[in-house]
Design a protein around this ligand. Structure first.
Ligand code: GLC
Ligand code: CA
Length: 582
Protein backbone atom coordinates (compact mmCIF):
# COMPACT_ATOMS: atom_id res chain seq x y z
CA UNK A 1 0.00 0.00 0.00
CA UNK A 2 1.27 3.44 -0.94
CA UNK A 3 1.80 6.28 1.46
CA UNK A 4 -1.35 8.06 0.33
CA UNK A 5 -3.62 5.28 1.38
CA UNK A 6 -2.94 5.95 5.06
CA UNK A 7 -5.94 7.77 6.39
CA UNK A 8 -5.63 11.48 6.93
CA UNK A 9 -7.92 13.20 9.39
CA UNK A 10 -10.26 15.76 7.96
CA UNK A 11 -10.72 18.84 10.11
CA UNK A 12 -12.47 22.19 9.77
CA UNK A 13 -9.26 24.18 9.80
CA UNK A 14 -7.83 22.21 6.92
CA UNK A 15 -10.84 23.16 4.83
CA UNK A 16 -10.97 26.77 5.97
CA UNK A 17 -10.34 29.86 3.90
CA UNK A 18 -8.51 32.33 6.12
CA UNK A 19 -8.54 36.03 5.29
CA UNK A 20 -5.84 38.27 6.69
CA UNK A 21 -6.80 41.80 7.71
CA UNK A 22 -4.31 44.62 8.22
CA UNK A 23 -6.37 46.81 10.54
CA UNK A 24 -4.75 50.15 9.68
CA UNK A 25 -5.59 49.73 6.00
CA UNK A 26 -8.88 47.86 5.87
CA UNK A 27 -11.70 50.29 6.64
CA UNK A 28 -11.76 53.60 8.49
CA UNK A 29 -15.06 54.14 10.33
CA UNK A 30 -14.42 57.50 11.99
CA UNK A 31 -12.52 59.50 9.41
CA UNK A 32 -9.14 59.82 11.05
CA UNK A 33 -7.47 58.18 8.04
CA UNK A 34 -6.67 54.97 9.94
CA UNK A 35 -8.61 51.73 9.63
CA UNK A 36 -10.20 50.43 12.81
CA UNK A 37 -12.13 47.64 14.52
CA UNK A 38 -15.63 49.04 13.86
CA UNK A 39 -14.54 49.32 10.21
CA UNK A 40 -13.80 45.60 10.18
CA UNK A 41 -17.15 44.83 11.80
CA UNK A 42 -18.90 46.78 9.02
CA UNK A 43 -17.34 44.50 6.38
CA UNK A 44 -17.98 41.09 7.90
CA UNK A 45 -20.90 40.37 5.59
CA UNK A 46 -18.65 41.04 2.62
CA UNK A 47 -16.13 38.52 3.92
CA UNK A 48 -18.71 35.87 4.60
CA UNK A 49 -20.12 36.28 1.09
CA UNK A 50 -16.64 35.94 -0.35
CA UNK A 51 -16.38 32.50 1.27
CA UNK A 52 -14.17 33.32 4.22
CA UNK A 53 -14.30 30.98 7.23
CA UNK A 54 -11.68 32.50 9.50
CA UNK A 55 -10.38 36.02 9.80
CA UNK A 56 -6.89 36.77 11.00
CA UNK A 57 -6.38 40.24 12.40
CA UNK A 58 -2.84 41.62 12.42
CA UNK A 59 -1.80 43.13 15.76
CA UNK A 60 -4.39 45.54 17.10
CA UNK A 61 -2.99 45.79 20.62
CA UNK A 62 -1.72 48.89 22.37
CA UNK A 63 1.50 49.87 20.63
CA UNK A 64 3.69 52.85 19.78
CA UNK A 65 3.55 51.53 16.18
CA UNK A 66 7.26 51.53 15.48
CA UNK A 67 6.59 48.32 13.52
CA UNK A 68 2.87 48.76 12.87
CA UNK A 69 1.74 47.03 16.03
CA UNK A 70 4.34 44.25 16.11
CA UNK A 71 5.77 46.26 18.99
CA UNK A 72 3.24 45.73 21.76
CA UNK A 73 3.21 47.82 24.92
CA UNK A 74 0.14 46.18 26.48
CA UNK A 75 -1.33 42.86 25.31
CA UNK A 76 -4.61 43.44 27.11
CA UNK A 77 -5.40 46.83 25.61
CA UNK A 78 -6.18 47.97 22.08
CA UNK A 79 -4.27 50.51 20.01
CA UNK A 80 -6.37 53.59 20.65
CA UNK A 81 -7.08 54.63 17.04
CA UNK A 82 -8.35 51.09 16.37
CA UNK A 83 -10.92 51.05 19.18
CA UNK A 84 -11.44 49.50 22.60
CA UNK A 85 -11.50 46.05 24.17
CA UNK A 86 -15.27 46.34 23.95
CA UNK A 87 -15.09 46.96 20.20
CA UNK A 88 -12.90 43.90 19.88
CA UNK A 89 -15.42 41.84 21.84
CA UNK A 90 -18.11 43.08 19.46
CA UNK A 91 -15.95 41.96 16.54
CA UNK A 92 -15.40 38.50 18.02
CA UNK A 93 -19.10 38.05 18.70
CA UNK A 94 -20.19 39.45 15.33
CA UNK A 95 -17.80 37.15 13.44
CA UNK A 96 -19.11 34.18 15.39
CA UNK A 97 -22.68 35.32 14.75
CA UNK A 98 -22.01 35.04 11.02
CA UNK A 99 -20.48 31.59 11.40
CA UNK A 100 -16.88 32.76 11.00
CA UNK A 101 -13.99 32.20 13.36
CA UNK A 102 -11.40 34.73 14.33
CA UNK A 103 -7.72 34.46 15.15
CA UNK A 104 -5.33 37.08 16.49
CA UNK A 105 -1.65 37.70 16.02
CA UNK A 106 0.56 36.43 18.83
CA UNK A 107 3.72 38.52 18.99
CA UNK A 108 5.80 37.31 21.90
CA UNK A 109 9.39 37.09 20.79
CA UNK A 110 9.66 40.70 21.87
CA UNK A 111 7.59 43.49 23.35
CA UNK A 112 7.71 47.22 22.81
CA UNK A 113 10.30 49.11 24.81
CA UNK A 114 7.29 50.96 26.21
CA UNK A 115 5.87 47.81 27.79
CA UNK A 116 5.88 48.24 31.56
CA UNK A 117 7.95 45.08 31.95
CA UNK A 118 10.75 46.54 29.87
CA UNK A 119 10.51 49.85 31.67
CA UNK A 120 10.99 47.99 34.95
CA UNK A 121 13.71 45.80 33.51
CA UNK A 122 15.69 48.78 32.31
CA UNK A 123 15.28 50.77 35.55
CA UNK A 124 18.07 49.03 37.47
CA UNK A 125 20.32 46.00 37.43
CA UNK A 126 18.59 44.72 40.53
CA UNK A 127 15.05 45.08 39.17
CA UNK A 128 13.07 41.85 39.67
CA UNK A 129 12.34 42.04 35.94
CA UNK A 130 15.94 42.64 34.91
CA UNK A 131 16.26 39.08 33.66
CA UNK A 132 13.04 39.26 31.60
CA UNK A 133 15.03 40.69 28.72
CA UNK A 134 18.66 40.15 27.64
CA UNK A 135 21.09 42.62 29.20
CA UNK A 136 24.83 42.30 28.65
CA UNK A 137 27.86 44.42 29.49
CA UNK A 138 29.80 46.01 26.62
CA UNK A 139 32.94 44.60 25.09
CA UNK A 140 35.79 47.03 25.56
CA UNK A 141 38.56 47.01 22.96
CA UNK A 142 42.30 47.69 23.46
CA UNK A 143 41.73 51.41 22.98
CA UNK A 144 39.05 51.46 25.61
CA UNK A 145 36.16 51.82 23.13
CA UNK A 146 32.80 50.30 23.89
CA UNK A 147 31.26 47.67 21.55
CA UNK A 148 28.12 45.51 21.59
CA UNK A 149 28.47 42.03 23.13
CA UNK A 150 28.57 40.46 19.66
CA UNK A 151 28.32 41.30 15.97
CA UNK A 152 24.68 40.34 15.33
CA UNK A 153 22.64 42.39 12.91
CA UNK A 154 18.90 42.89 13.41
CA UNK A 155 16.26 42.25 10.75
CA UNK A 156 15.79 45.94 10.28
CA UNK A 157 19.47 46.33 9.34
CA UNK A 158 20.76 48.01 12.49
CA UNK A 159 22.92 46.27 15.15
CA UNK A 160 20.93 43.80 17.30
CA UNK A 161 22.15 45.41 20.53
CA UNK A 162 21.40 48.89 21.83
CA UNK A 163 23.28 50.68 24.57
CA UNK A 164 21.22 51.87 27.48
CA UNK A 165 22.64 54.78 29.49
CA UNK A 166 20.53 54.11 32.57
CA UNK A 167 22.35 50.96 33.66
CA UNK A 168 25.29 51.12 31.26
CA UNK A 169 24.52 47.84 29.49
CA UNK A 170 23.34 46.67 26.09
CA UNK A 171 20.00 44.92 25.46
CA UNK A 172 19.15 42.54 22.63
CA UNK A 173 16.59 43.17 19.88
CA UNK A 174 16.55 41.10 16.72
CA UNK A 175 14.19 43.68 15.20
CA UNK A 176 14.07 47.43 15.93
CA UNK A 177 15.72 48.90 19.06
CA UNK A 178 12.19 49.71 20.24
CA UNK A 179 11.42 45.96 20.20
CA UNK A 180 13.53 44.29 22.93
CA UNK A 181 13.59 40.45 22.91
CA UNK A 182 12.09 38.63 25.86
CA UNK A 183 14.34 36.27 27.77
CA UNK A 184 12.44 33.02 27.34
CA UNK A 185 14.95 31.16 29.52
CA UNK A 186 13.16 32.61 32.52
CA UNK A 187 10.14 30.50 33.45
CA UNK A 188 8.41 33.31 35.28
CA UNK A 189 8.66 35.48 32.18
CA UNK A 190 7.22 32.76 30.00
CA UNK A 191 4.27 32.24 32.30
CA UNK A 192 3.55 35.95 32.44
CA UNK A 193 3.70 36.11 28.63
CA UNK A 194 1.30 33.19 28.24
CA UNK A 195 -1.19 34.73 30.66
CA UNK A 196 -1.29 38.18 29.20
CA UNK A 197 -1.11 37.35 25.51
CA UNK A 198 -2.63 33.89 25.08
CA UNK A 199 -5.04 33.04 27.89
CA UNK A 200 -6.39 36.58 28.19
CA UNK A 201 -7.73 36.45 24.62
CA UNK A 202 -8.70 32.79 24.40
CA UNK A 203 -10.93 33.41 27.41
CA UNK A 204 -12.60 36.17 25.45
CA UNK A 205 -13.56 33.68 22.81
CA UNK A 206 -11.07 33.92 19.96
CA UNK A 207 -10.40 30.74 18.03
CA UNK A 208 -6.64 30.70 17.81
CA UNK A 209 -3.51 32.52 16.75
CA UNK A 210 -1.21 33.33 13.89
CA UNK A 211 2.03 33.04 15.81
CA UNK A 212 4.67 35.58 14.93
CA UNK A 213 8.33 34.49 14.60
CA UNK A 214 7.48 31.08 16.01
CA UNK A 215 10.99 29.64 15.76
CA UNK A 216 12.84 32.50 17.44
CA UNK A 217 12.00 32.19 21.15
CA UNK A 218 14.92 29.95 22.00
CA UNK A 219 18.28 31.44 21.10
CA UNK A 220 21.89 30.56 21.51
CA UNK A 221 22.25 32.44 24.77
CA UNK A 222 26.00 32.18 24.86
CA UNK A 223 25.69 34.86 22.15
CA UNK A 224 28.63 33.88 19.95
CA UNK A 225 29.70 36.15 17.10
CA UNK A 226 28.01 35.36 13.80
CA UNK A 227 30.11 34.15 10.85
CA UNK A 228 31.54 37.02 8.86
CA UNK A 229 29.75 37.19 5.52
CA UNK A 230 30.84 40.70 4.63
CA UNK A 231 34.13 41.80 6.23
CA UNK A 232 33.44 45.42 5.35
CA UNK A 233 30.47 45.57 7.67
CA UNK A 234 30.49 45.81 11.41
CA UNK A 235 27.38 43.67 11.92
CA UNK A 236 26.63 40.30 10.31
CA UNK A 237 23.46 38.33 9.64
CA UNK A 238 22.98 36.10 12.66
CA UNK A 239 19.77 34.21 12.00
CA UNK A 240 21.43 30.86 12.67
CA UNK A 241 21.97 31.88 16.25
CA UNK A 242 18.55 33.21 17.12
CA UNK A 243 16.38 30.73 15.24
CA UNK A 244 15.48 27.25 16.37
CA UNK A 245 17.51 27.29 19.58
CA UNK A 246 17.93 24.24 21.80
CA UNK A 247 14.78 24.80 23.88
CA UNK A 248 12.34 25.79 21.12
CA UNK A 249 10.27 22.63 21.33
CA UNK A 250 10.09 22.76 25.09
CA UNK A 251 8.65 26.29 24.90
CA UNK A 252 6.23 25.46 22.11
CA UNK A 253 5.14 22.39 24.06
CA UNK A 254 4.19 24.61 27.00
CA UNK A 255 2.17 26.79 24.66
CA UNK A 256 0.49 23.80 23.09
CA UNK A 257 -0.80 22.71 26.49
CA UNK A 258 -2.68 25.99 26.71
CA UNK A 259 -3.87 25.95 23.09
CA UNK A 260 -5.23 22.44 23.53
CA UNK A 261 -7.37 23.47 26.49
CA UNK A 262 -9.23 25.80 24.13
CA UNK A 263 -8.92 23.73 20.91
CA UNK A 264 -7.20 26.74 19.42
CA UNK A 265 -6.15 26.92 15.80
CA UNK A 266 -2.42 27.64 15.44
CA UNK A 267 -0.40 28.75 12.46
CA UNK A 268 3.21 29.71 13.01
CA UNK A 269 5.41 32.02 11.00
CA UNK A 270 8.43 29.82 10.26
CA UNK A 271 10.92 32.07 8.58
CA UNK A 272 14.59 31.38 7.76
CA UNK A 273 14.84 27.87 9.08
CA UNK A 274 14.27 24.93 8.86
CA UNK A 275 13.33 24.24 5.27
CA UNK A 276 13.58 20.49 5.05
CA UNK A 277 10.64 18.17 5.27
CA UNK A 278 11.89 16.73 8.57
CA UNK A 279 12.52 20.21 9.96
CA UNK A 280 9.02 21.43 9.21
CA UNK A 281 7.49 18.17 10.38
CA UNK A 282 8.95 18.83 13.84
CA UNK A 283 6.56 21.76 14.06
CA UNK A 284 3.42 20.43 12.39
CA UNK A 285 3.36 16.66 12.72
CA UNK A 286 -0.17 15.65 13.65
CA UNK A 287 1.31 13.17 16.12
CA UNK A 288 4.07 15.11 17.79
CA UNK A 289 4.16 18.69 16.49
CA UNK A 290 3.14 21.69 18.58
CA UNK A 291 1.31 23.55 15.80
CA UNK A 292 -1.41 22.88 13.24
CA UNK A 293 0.54 24.43 10.41
CA UNK A 294 3.20 26.95 9.50
CA UNK A 295 3.93 29.57 6.90
CA UNK A 296 7.23 28.67 5.41
CA UNK A 297 8.98 31.02 3.05
CA UNK A 298 9.97 28.93 0.06
CA UNK A 299 7.37 30.50 -2.19
CA UNK A 300 7.29 33.93 -0.65
CA UNK A 301 11.06 34.30 -1.03
CA UNK A 302 10.93 33.77 -4.79
CA UNK A 303 11.87 36.97 -6.57
CA UNK A 304 12.79 38.48 -3.19
CA UNK A 305 16.06 37.00 -2.07
CA UNK A 306 19.61 37.71 -3.07
CA UNK A 307 22.16 35.08 -3.94
CA UNK A 308 25.66 35.71 -2.64
CA UNK A 309 27.58 37.80 -5.13
CA UNK A 310 24.47 38.85 -7.04
CA UNK A 311 23.23 42.41 -7.22
CA UNK A 312 19.55 42.74 -6.36
CA UNK A 313 17.02 39.99 -5.72
CA UNK A 314 17.06 36.93 -7.99
CA UNK A 315 14.28 37.56 -10.56
CA UNK A 316 11.15 35.43 -10.33
CA UNK A 317 11.10 32.33 -12.49
CA UNK A 318 8.27 29.83 -13.02
CA UNK A 319 10.50 26.79 -12.70
CA UNK A 320 11.38 27.15 -8.98
CA UNK A 321 7.78 28.15 -8.31
CA UNK A 322 6.57 24.84 -9.69
CA UNK A 323 9.30 22.95 -7.88
CA UNK A 324 8.58 24.49 -4.50
CA UNK A 325 4.83 24.18 -4.89
CA UNK A 326 5.25 20.52 -5.81
CA UNK A 327 7.67 19.88 -2.96
CA UNK A 328 5.20 21.16 -0.38
CA UNK A 329 2.19 19.48 -2.01
CA UNK A 330 4.07 16.21 -1.60
CA UNK A 331 4.73 17.08 2.02
CA UNK A 332 1.02 17.76 2.54
CA UNK A 333 0.08 14.39 1.07
CA UNK A 334 1.77 12.72 4.05
CA UNK A 335 -1.14 12.05 6.42
CA UNK A 336 0.97 13.40 9.26
CA UNK A 337 1.76 16.71 7.57
CA UNK A 338 -0.20 19.77 6.58
CA UNK A 339 0.64 23.08 4.91
CA UNK A 340 -0.61 26.60 4.38
CA UNK A 341 -1.22 27.91 0.88
CA UNK A 342 -0.51 31.60 0.57
CA UNK A 343 0.90 34.03 -1.95
CA UNK A 344 0.49 37.27 -0.03
CA UNK A 345 0.64 38.74 3.43
CA UNK A 346 1.40 42.05 5.12
CA UNK A 347 5.16 41.50 4.75
CA UNK A 348 5.38 40.93 1.01
CA UNK A 349 4.76 42.70 -2.28
CA UNK A 350 1.56 41.82 -4.14
CA UNK A 351 1.42 38.46 -5.90
CA UNK A 352 0.27 39.92 -9.22
CA UNK A 353 3.31 42.12 -9.44
CA UNK A 354 5.64 39.34 -8.35
CA UNK A 355 4.40 36.35 -10.28
CA UNK A 356 2.73 38.03 -13.24
CA UNK A 357 5.96 39.23 -14.76
CA UNK A 358 5.43 42.18 -17.07
CA UNK A 359 1.68 41.78 -17.16
CA UNK A 360 -0.16 44.49 -19.05
CA UNK A 361 -3.00 46.37 -17.40
CA UNK A 362 -5.57 44.48 -19.46
CA UNK A 363 -4.06 41.25 -18.18
CA UNK A 364 -4.28 42.13 -14.50
CA UNK A 365 -7.53 40.25 -13.96
CA UNK A 366 -6.33 37.25 -15.97
CA UNK A 367 -3.16 36.92 -13.92
CA UNK A 368 -5.21 37.16 -10.73
CA UNK A 369 -7.57 34.40 -11.91
CA UNK A 370 -4.71 32.17 -12.97
CA UNK A 371 -3.11 32.46 -9.53
CA UNK A 372 -6.47 31.91 -7.83
CA UNK A 373 -6.94 28.75 -9.84
CA UNK A 374 -3.60 27.30 -8.75
CA UNK A 375 -4.26 28.06 -5.10
CA UNK A 376 -7.86 26.89 -4.98
CA UNK A 377 -7.13 23.49 -6.48
CA UNK A 378 -4.19 22.64 -4.24
CA UNK A 379 -3.97 20.89 -0.89
CA UNK A 380 -3.47 23.00 2.23
CA UNK A 381 -5.26 25.64 4.26
CA UNK A 382 -5.85 28.58 1.96
CA UNK A 383 -4.89 32.07 3.14
CA UNK A 384 -5.97 35.20 1.32
CA UNK A 385 -4.67 38.66 2.08
CA UNK A 386 -6.96 41.69 1.92
CA UNK A 387 -7.15 43.13 -1.59
CA UNK A 388 -5.78 39.98 -3.22
CA UNK A 389 -9.36 39.04 -4.12
CA UNK A 390 -9.78 42.21 -6.20
CA UNK A 391 -6.33 42.11 -7.79
CA UNK A 392 -4.52 44.88 -5.97
CA UNK A 393 -0.98 45.31 -7.24
CA UNK A 394 2.23 46.95 -6.04
CA UNK A 395 2.35 50.69 -5.51
CA UNK A 396 3.49 52.52 -8.67
CA UNK A 397 7.25 52.71 -9.20
CA UNK A 398 6.89 56.43 -9.85
CA UNK A 399 5.80 57.22 -6.29
CA UNK A 400 8.35 59.22 -4.29
CA UNK A 401 10.32 57.53 -1.56
CA UNK A 402 8.39 59.24 1.22
CA UNK A 403 5.31 57.19 0.33
CA UNK A 404 7.15 54.22 1.86
CA UNK A 405 6.30 54.18 5.56
CA UNK A 406 7.53 50.79 6.76
CA UNK A 407 10.44 50.87 9.21
CA UNK A 408 12.27 48.23 7.20
CA UNK A 409 11.95 50.26 3.98
CA UNK A 410 12.96 53.47 5.69
CA UNK A 411 16.04 51.82 7.22
CA UNK A 412 16.99 50.09 3.97
CA UNK A 413 16.88 53.35 2.08
CA UNK A 414 18.80 55.26 4.74
CA UNK A 415 21.50 52.64 4.62
CA UNK A 416 21.61 52.83 0.82
CA UNK A 417 21.96 56.60 0.99
CA UNK A 418 25.08 56.10 3.08
CA UNK A 419 26.63 53.28 1.09
CA UNK A 420 25.74 54.88 -2.26
CA UNK A 421 26.84 58.42 -1.35
CA UNK A 422 27.95 60.22 -4.52
CA UNK A 423 26.88 57.28 -6.75
CA UNK A 424 23.42 58.02 -8.20
CA UNK A 425 23.31 54.73 -10.12
CA UNK A 426 23.90 52.78 -6.96
CA UNK A 427 21.09 54.63 -5.22
CA UNK A 428 18.76 54.10 -8.18
CA UNK A 429 19.46 50.38 -8.01
CA UNK A 430 18.79 50.31 -4.28
CA UNK A 431 15.54 52.14 -4.92
CA UNK A 432 14.58 49.53 -7.48
CA UNK A 433 15.44 46.68 -5.09
CA UNK A 434 13.35 48.36 -2.44
CA UNK A 435 10.37 48.51 -4.78
CA UNK A 436 10.78 44.80 -5.51
CA UNK A 437 10.83 43.77 -1.87
CA UNK A 438 8.99 46.46 0.12
CA UNK A 439 6.36 45.47 2.63
CA UNK A 440 4.58 48.77 1.95
CA UNK A 441 2.87 47.40 -1.17
CA UNK A 442 0.55 45.27 0.90
CA UNK A 443 -0.28 48.09 3.27
CA UNK A 444 -2.04 50.49 0.91
CA UNK A 445 -5.68 51.17 1.79
CA UNK A 446 -8.22 48.58 0.69
CA UNK A 447 -10.13 49.70 -2.38
CA UNK A 448 -13.85 49.51 -1.65
CA UNK A 449 -15.61 51.69 -4.18
CA UNK A 450 -15.59 54.39 -6.86
CA UNK A 451 -15.86 57.22 -4.35
CA UNK A 452 -13.11 59.45 -2.94
CA UNK A 453 -10.29 57.56 -1.23
CA UNK A 454 -11.91 54.49 -2.76
CA UNK A 455 -14.26 54.34 0.19
CA UNK A 456 -11.50 53.45 2.65
CA UNK A 457 -12.11 56.77 4.38
CA UNK A 458 -14.21 59.84 3.59
CA UNK A 459 -13.59 62.63 1.13
CA UNK A 460 -11.10 65.23 2.32
CA UNK A 461 -9.43 62.87 4.82
CA UNK A 462 -5.77 62.00 4.20
CA UNK A 463 -5.35 58.26 4.69
CA UNK A 464 -2.24 57.14 6.59
CA UNK A 465 -0.95 55.61 3.35
CA UNK A 466 -1.75 56.88 -0.10
CA UNK A 467 -4.50 55.14 -2.06
CA UNK A 468 -3.21 53.28 -5.13
CA UNK A 469 -3.55 55.20 -8.43
CA UNK A 470 -5.56 52.34 -9.97
CA UNK A 471 -8.46 52.42 -7.50
CA UNK A 472 -10.99 53.34 -10.18
CA UNK A 473 -10.16 50.18 -12.14
CA UNK A 474 -9.88 47.83 -9.18
CA UNK A 475 -12.33 48.06 -6.33
CA UNK A 476 -14.97 45.95 -4.64
CA UNK A 477 -17.96 47.96 -5.85
CA UNK A 478 -16.97 47.58 -9.49
CA UNK A 479 -16.37 43.85 -9.23
CA UNK A 480 -19.23 42.73 -7.03
CA UNK A 481 -21.89 41.07 -9.17
CA UNK A 482 -19.79 41.42 -12.33
CA UNK A 483 -19.45 37.85 -13.53
CA UNK A 484 -16.17 38.45 -15.33
CA UNK A 485 -14.44 40.07 -12.34
CA UNK A 486 -11.66 38.59 -10.26
CA UNK A 487 -13.73 38.93 -7.09
CA UNK A 488 -16.59 36.87 -8.52
CA UNK A 489 -14.05 34.35 -9.82
CA UNK A 490 -12.62 33.90 -6.33
CA UNK A 491 -16.11 33.40 -4.92
CA UNK A 492 -16.89 30.81 -7.52
CA UNK A 493 -13.67 28.87 -7.21
CA UNK A 494 -13.78 28.90 -3.40
CA UNK A 495 -17.23 27.31 -3.61
CA UNK A 496 -15.93 24.67 -6.01
CA UNK A 497 -12.99 24.03 -3.71
CA UNK A 498 -15.40 23.05 -0.95
CA UNK A 499 -17.82 21.22 -3.19
CA UNK A 500 -14.98 19.01 -4.44
CA UNK A 501 -12.96 19.01 -1.26
CA UNK A 502 -12.00 15.33 -1.57
CA UNK A 503 -10.12 16.41 -4.64
CA UNK A 504 -8.91 19.95 -4.18
CA UNK A 505 -8.35 20.01 -0.42
CA UNK A 506 -7.54 16.38 0.34
CA UNK A 507 -6.66 14.84 -3.02
CA UNK A 508 -3.22 13.49 -3.89
CA UNK A 509 -1.09 15.81 -6.00
CA UNK A 510 0.95 14.95 -9.05
CA UNK A 511 2.93 17.29 -11.24
CA UNK A 512 2.57 16.69 -14.97
CA UNK A 513 5.87 17.34 -16.70
CA UNK A 514 5.64 19.69 -19.65
CA UNK A 515 8.07 20.76 -22.36
CA UNK A 516 6.84 24.31 -21.97
CA UNK A 517 8.46 25.85 -18.92
CA UNK A 518 5.68 28.41 -18.52
CA UNK A 519 2.94 25.83 -18.26
CA UNK A 520 2.06 24.52 -14.84
CA UNK A 521 0.01 21.34 -15.06
CA UNK A 522 -0.99 19.13 -12.15
CA UNK A 523 -3.41 16.39 -11.30
CA UNK A 524 -5.35 15.94 -8.06
CA UNK A 525 -6.75 12.55 -7.27
CA UNK A 526 -9.59 11.84 -4.87
CA UNK A 527 -11.46 8.62 -4.09
CA UNK A 528 -13.97 9.09 -6.90
CA UNK A 529 -12.52 11.54 -9.35
CA UNK A 530 -9.46 13.18 -10.72
CA UNK A 531 -8.92 16.78 -11.70
CA UNK A 532 -6.36 18.45 -13.88
CA UNK A 533 -5.32 22.06 -13.48
CA UNK A 534 -3.41 23.68 -16.31
CA UNK A 535 -2.29 27.30 -16.36
CA UNK A 536 -0.21 29.38 -18.70
CA UNK A 537 2.20 31.39 -16.61
CA UNK A 538 3.15 33.77 -19.42
CA UNK A 539 1.90 36.58 -21.60
CA UNK A 540 1.93 34.61 -24.85
CA UNK A 541 -0.25 31.73 -26.10
CA UNK A 542 1.07 28.21 -25.48
CA UNK A 543 0.23 24.90 -27.06
CA UNK A 544 -0.30 22.16 -24.55
CA UNK A 545 -1.11 18.51 -24.19
CA UNK A 546 -2.36 16.75 -21.07
CA UNK A 547 -2.56 13.12 -20.02
CA UNK A 548 -5.15 11.35 -22.14
CA UNK A 549 -6.54 9.29 -19.27
CA UNK A 550 -7.88 12.47 -17.68
CA UNK A 551 -8.74 14.43 -20.77
CA UNK A 552 -10.43 11.62 -22.70
CA UNK A 553 -13.97 10.33 -22.57
CA UNK A 554 -15.85 11.25 -19.40
CA UNK A 555 -13.89 14.37 -18.75
CA UNK A 556 -15.26 17.88 -18.73
CA UNK A 557 -14.11 21.41 -18.21
CA UNK A 558 -15.10 22.42 -14.69
CA UNK A 559 -13.89 26.00 -14.86
CA UNK A 560 -11.82 28.22 -17.12
CA UNK A 561 -10.42 31.65 -16.42
CA UNK A 562 -11.46 33.00 -19.79
CA UNK A 563 -14.98 31.72 -20.19
CA UNK A 564 -14.44 28.03 -20.77
CA UNK A 565 -12.74 27.61 -24.12
CA UNK A 566 -11.46 24.15 -24.88
CA UNK A 567 -8.68 23.21 -27.23
CA UNK A 568 -4.96 22.73 -27.24
CA UNK A 569 -3.90 26.37 -27.06
CA UNK A 570 -3.89 28.30 -23.82
CA UNK A 571 -3.98 32.05 -24.18
CA UNK A 572 -1.80 34.38 -22.16
CA UNK A 573 -2.33 33.71 -18.45
CA UNK A 574 -5.22 31.36 -19.18
CA UNK A 575 -6.07 28.59 -16.76
CA UNK A 576 -8.48 25.64 -16.80
CA UNK A 577 -9.60 22.89 -14.47
CA UNK A 578 -10.86 19.62 -15.92
CA UNK A 579 -12.74 16.95 -14.07
CA UNK A 580 -12.86 13.24 -14.72
CA UNK A 581 -14.95 10.72 -12.84
CA UNK A 582 -13.45 7.29 -12.59
C1 GLC B 1 6.92 39.11 11.63
C2 GLC B 1 5.83 40.02 11.16
C3 GLC B 1 6.43 41.32 10.72
C4 GLC B 1 7.14 41.94 11.89
C5 GLC B 1 8.12 40.96 12.55
C6 GLC B 1 8.51 41.42 13.91
O1 GLC B 1 7.81 38.78 10.63
O2 GLC B 1 5.08 39.40 10.16
O3 GLC B 1 5.48 42.20 10.17
O4 GLC B 1 7.84 43.07 11.47
O5 GLC B 1 7.58 39.69 12.71
O6 GLC B 1 7.48 41.23 14.85
CA1 CA C 1 -10.30 55.26 12.12
Amino acid sequence: MGRNTKKRTQTWWKEAVVYEIYPASFKDSNDDGIGDIPGIVSKLDYLRDLGVDVIHICPHYQSPQVDMGYDISNYEEIHEPYGTVEDVQTLIDAAHGLGMKIIFDLVINHSSNMHKWFQESRSSKSSPKRDWYFWRPPKIDADGNRHPPNNWRSHFTVPAWTWDEVTQEYYLHIYAPEMPDFNWENKQTREAIYNTSITFWLKRGIDGFRIDTVNKYSKNVSFPDAEITNPKEETQPAWRHYNHGPRIHEFLGEMKDIFDQYSALTVGELSSFPRTKEGVMEFVSSRTGPLNMVFNFDISDLGQKRKPGQKGPVPFDVQPFKQEMSRWQTFASDPEGWITLYLENHDAPRSLSRFGRDFSLEDQTRVGKMLAMIMATMTGTLFLYQGQEIGMSNLPRSWPIDEYKDIRSVNMYKRAQQTCAGKPECLARARDDLWKTARDHARLPMQWNMGPNSGFTSEGVTPWMRVHDDWEQHNVELQLGNSSSLLEFWKRILKLRKEYKELFIYGAYKLVESQEEDLFIFVKEGPERKSLTVVNFSNSPKKWEGPSDILGVGSRLLLGTTGGKEGDVLNAWEGRVYLKSS
